[in-house]
Design a protein around this ligand. Structure first.
Ligand SMILES: [Fe+2]
Length: 736
């Protein structure tokens, strides 16, 4: 992320405390406007979020949610960057104080990155920092005379150092030093001068400076075993590490190996000065003593006693609530948006309305892939060039791209500024990508939509075909489980349901095995394992372990989630390949461009020929708004070894993909050998499958991320549309 744009913000934007609700429930609306004045708002039902003039166009239907004509906005702050806080204690500013810590810098600049600081709002206190070529310690006592001591020091990024600094107001000493853990070499320095004590009492902050509400000067890297000592060491000697120090030397020892699955900091010292973490820095991280003999932090927490802080971590913006959006009693289930307008500025915050818990429901349920949207939230791809901007303007697409706005935090497809992959994503912040009319690619053959906007291709089609449906989200399914979906005949996914918790997979599997009809309308689905915690609402964690098409890779020994200690990575590597649930799984990826499927002989079998009633295409879906065809970008195929249920019929297979398509890494053994024994090029295929299961359940899967983009071609009069309508109508007619 570019530092230059770190503070650039949307004119008006916001987020909700929850992304879905039922009639009569309310959602807390949190808005910030740069100008901080009156704004107008209303609610729309979102039918189509594709601004392409060659498609259905944007279709929003205004709804009365009883909102006031206008509200007054304020500018709300964003405290970007993670840090730790220990509530004030006199020992932080006692007459003699020494602070020591193990540190692994991952990014250093010419300016100071603060490792620990104790400041009141008037600036009295102290601060230990590092920059490219030195360690610094600043001290400001009640005489307002600032003292600074610097130790020139050559850091190597990703190496561990023991760093310390302190003062003695009785004998008049300032001390600073650093030790390379790799070489044992010590460099230290002291100044003898008159020091007035620090009289105020302030919080101790790790990995940042905090003189007011906002943190700054964040440290990017890992800290381990910060400790306070009650006396200074001699020049040329490092303080003992707290694990081996004598009890009388230590005032506090924050052992980050305790409570790794929490946001709490535990003090093993005599005062028990516990604290908390802000913005969810990464835990379960290899520390200075990681031996390489353990891979799971649960098995040897002291080898994982480090916390990795980043200057762009962000959990909850914590904005004040502007108003509560109450969902009117008779509101039909659907996808909605809260529209904001202030002068020329616009934004739309999507939300979902579920049907009443005990009310009448449709037979068809659409499961919105909101965890996948969240994993991609604010994905900066670096592709928002002049051509895309021109198209955004011409089409009236949302003008805000994450390439230009980094203050809202990144996605799990981005890297932190220090080069580590983002593994945590929160929805308690504005998300520029989860917006109607957001363009992801400059698609020369179509609209270039993904995720929220792309999935409205399906919503539009359902509306136009007169198929009634209810809407739920990933988060609802994870929270409520099987009872949320068990009453529906048919459950539809969107174009890319990629991220799931184990509970969600359990629910979908049970639904399917107990008579539910599961219709998977995407590609690269059910791929990554994620974890959530009830104590951190709105957060998902992904560890990109082992293989797979990956935006980044976990380091060895860091594949276990910090939130629950479970092994992360691909569901396939966790024994639950997507083929087991939906018959197909990820096989190949290429550029955002599409081809078609060719019907296979099995599709003419009388037992399944009903699927193709009225379908007059041998080559299915050679058209569409996503890459120009139904089969493209990310392709899934059946694999009976990986779990495709026996009896599954492969009805159609894609072909004629461009050279940009490659097999996914988990299928490759070498440059010529694959897991299946097929030629690598032969794994470049999407397959449409159908399977009837015991107990009346069924699977229909299309195996392509671009499939839904074809549904509305020729006003919905096309083979792909006819095929899916046959399936959904048949599924929904049958009793469950
Ligand atoms: Fe994906």
């Amino acid at each position: 992320m570019s530092r230059a744009s770190i503070s650039k913000r949307l004119p008006i934007t916001g987020y909700l405390d929850k992304i879905s609700g039922r009639p009569t429930e309310s959602l807390a609306v949190k808005i910030s406007a740069e100008e901080g004045e009156e704004y107008q708002t209303d609610v729309i039902r979102i039918v189509s979020a594709d601004p392409n003039p060659d498609g259905p166009g944007l279709i929003y239907i205004k709804k009365d949610f009883g909102l006031a004509k206008s509200y007054t906005a304020s500018r709300q702050e964003i405290d970007l960057g993670s840090y730790g806080v220990i509530a004030s204690n006199p020992c932080f500013n006692s007459k003699i104080m020494l602070f020591g810590v193990l540190a692994q810098p991952m990014l250093l600049r010419n300016t100071t990155s603060v490792i620990a600081s104790v400041f009141d709002s008037d600036g009295f206190g102290w601060e230990l920092g590092v920059c490219k070529s030195k360690i610094t310690f600043d001290y400001l006592g009640h005489d307002r005379v600032e003292h600074c001591i610097e130790q020139p020091f050559q850091f190597e990024l990703s190496s561990w150092y023991h760093i310390w600094a302190g003062y003695d107001t009785v004998s008049g000493r300032l001390l600073i030093g650093g030790l390379s853990v790799a070489t044992g070499e010590i460099q230290s320095k002291e100044l003898n001068l008159k020091l007035e004590p620090i009289l105020s009492s302030s919080d101790l902050v790790f990995a940042a400076r905090k003189k007011n509400e906002l943190s700054s000067a964040h440290f990017n890297g890992r800290l381990e075993d910060p400790a306070l000592y009650n006396c200074l060491t001699e020049l040329g000697f490092a303080p003992p590490l707290p694990a081996v120090a004598s009890a009388g030397q230590i005032s506090a020892w924050w052992d980050f190996s305790i409570g790794i699955d929490t946001q709490a900091i535990v003090d093993r010292g005599p005062r028990g000065l516990g604290g908390k973490l802000v913005n969810i820095p990464y835990r379960g991280m290899r520390g200075a003593n990681w031996s390489g003999s353990v891979m799971n932090w649960c098995d040897a927490p002291r080898e994982y006693a480090a916390i990795h802080f980043h200057e762009d971590d962000l959990y909850d913006c914590g904005w004040n609530t502007d108003f509560n959006l109450v969902i009117p009693p008779e509101t039909p289930s659907g996808v909605y948006g809260l529209r904001l307008r202030q002068g020329d500025a616009r934004d739309i915050i999507p939300f979902y309305v579920l049907p009443p818990k005990d009310g009448k429901k449709n037979k068809v349920c659409y499961l919105a892939s909101t965890f996948t949207y969240q994993a991609y939230a604010n994905h900066s791809r670096g592709n928002c060039d002049d051509v895309m901007r021109e198209r955004m303007k011409d089409w009236g697409a949302t003008p805000f791209n994450p390439d230009d706005y980094t203050v809202y935090g990144g996605s799990t497809y981005n890297f932190h500024p220090d080069g580590t992959g983002v593994s945590i994503s929160s929805r308690l912040r504005p998300s520029l990508t989860i917006r109607p009319a957001f363009l992801t690619f400059t698609d020369t053959a179509g609209s270039g939509l993904r995720h929220f906007s792309a999935d409205t291709h399906l919503l539009t089609w359902l509306e136009k075909r007169g198929i009634g449906f209810d809407v739920i989200t990933d988060e609802d399914l994870d929270n409520e489980g099987l009872p949320l979906i068990s009453g529906y005949n048919t459950l539809l996914t969107g174009s890319h349901p990629e991220y799931h918790t184990s509970d969600m997979l359990d629910s979908l599997q049970s639904y399917r095995d107990n008579g539910g009809k599961l219709v998977y309308l995407g590609g690269n689905g059910f791929y990554w394992k994620i974890t959530r915690l009830p104590t951190l609402p709105g957060v998902i964690e992904v560890r990109r372990a082992e293989g797979g098409i990956r935006a980044w890779a976990t380091a060895p020994g860091e594949s276990y989630h910090q939130l629950d200690g479970e092994y992360g990575g691909l569901w396939r590597r966790n024994g639950r390949a997507p083929q087991r649930l939906v018959g197909v799984g990820f096989s190949s990826q290429g550029l955002f461009e599409s081809s078609y499927y060719r019907r296979l002989p099995s599709s003419y079998d009388p037992s399944v020929s009903w699927i193709f009633d009225g379908v007059n295409e041998e080559n299915l879906g050679d058209y569409g708004l996503s890459g120009g065809g139904a089969a493209g970008f990310e392709l899934d195929r059946a694999d009976f070894v990986l779990g495709t249920p026996s009896g599954t019929k492969i009805l159609a297979r894609s072909e004629n993909h461009s050279d940009s398509f490659i097999p996914v890494p988990e299928e490759l053994l070498s440059h010529i050998n694959t897991v299946t024994g097929e030629k690598p090029a032969d794994l470049v295929r999407a397959e449409i499958v159908y399977c009837e299961l015991p107990n009346g359940g069924a699977i229909f899967s299309v195996g392509s991320i671009c499939f839904c983009g074809s549904l509305n071609h020729n006003m919905g009069e096309n083979g792909v549309s006819k095929m899916l309508e046959n399936v959904i109508r048949r599924f929904s007619e049958r009793s469950k």
